[in-house]
Design a binder for this molecule. Sequence first.
Ligand code: 8YV
Length: 324
Amino acid sequence: MKPRILVGREVFPEVLARLGEHFEVDDNQVDVILGVEGLKARLADKAGALTAATDPVTAAVIAAAPKLKAVCNFAVGYNNIDLAACTSAGVMATNTPGVLDDTTADLAWALLMATARRLPAAERWLRNGEWKGWQFIQWLGTDVHHATLGILGMGRIGQALARRALGFDMKVVYHNRTRLPDDDEAACRARWVEKDALLRESDFLVLLLPYSPATHHTIGVAELALMKPTAHLINVARGGIVDDEALISALRQRRLCGAGLDVFEGEPKFNPGFLELDNVALTPHIGSSSHATRMAMAMRAADNLIAALAGRRPPDLLNPEVLK
Ligand code: 8YV
């Protein structure tokens, strides 16, 4: 008999077909949010799960799933999974590193350009029929070329973003707990600086660090106060890394020039204060959303689950301690 697995959210039919070769699949193609109670009910008899960042794999969920051996996220972030609870229950957990770096860096770049050149507000103005004539002094934005790009969190996506900045002749500074090896710094012409220097020097500050209790409100009132009033903040990482209330107030008072945001505290019910601002570019958590990349993410998660339930080490195992 094939092992039974759950797929937490709607995925492409190709992914279900691949999983179906190995497992008896309980899918969620109607795409309801299962939440803690839904996951507890649906995982009670399952050996594995393919989960999204919207599936809360909490200690209570793990406890309600006595047969569970592996939880495979189709996301690189895994703050939806209680890793310690997985480990103590002997459940393997995996994510999808590597396959979404360029797509997410592309979106960060798009938001950076959009906020710099005020694209969303200019388009709204045009659509509203307010363009009565071309003017020399109209819709003035911020130059991206030759500006200073600051990156907080210099993993694979941060480095992909830094490489994009080379074509714009930008100066690139970054802050990360650990410095990159010299060769990697040279490849993206990036210089490590202290966090406060990063905040002070950046014309565009892009956040690319994982969310955890330790990174909650990494950017709040004090950090925003260090930034240049001409600077722009871009967040494509996770809601909660920024104190959204503090950001809204800085943007409203023009203590910060603009922001490009793909993630929010409490999404999808984000702070309505953002909607009153003209100096923000807003997208609904679509960092990795190209067809090819979302397919690669789901297939990578499927590979992890197939390996785990066949007794092999999954390629993206987050808690290798479970194998001991
Ligand atoms: C996901 C993401 O698509 O990978 C991540 O961590 O934020 C996105 O790429 C999203 O979280 C849905 O799972």
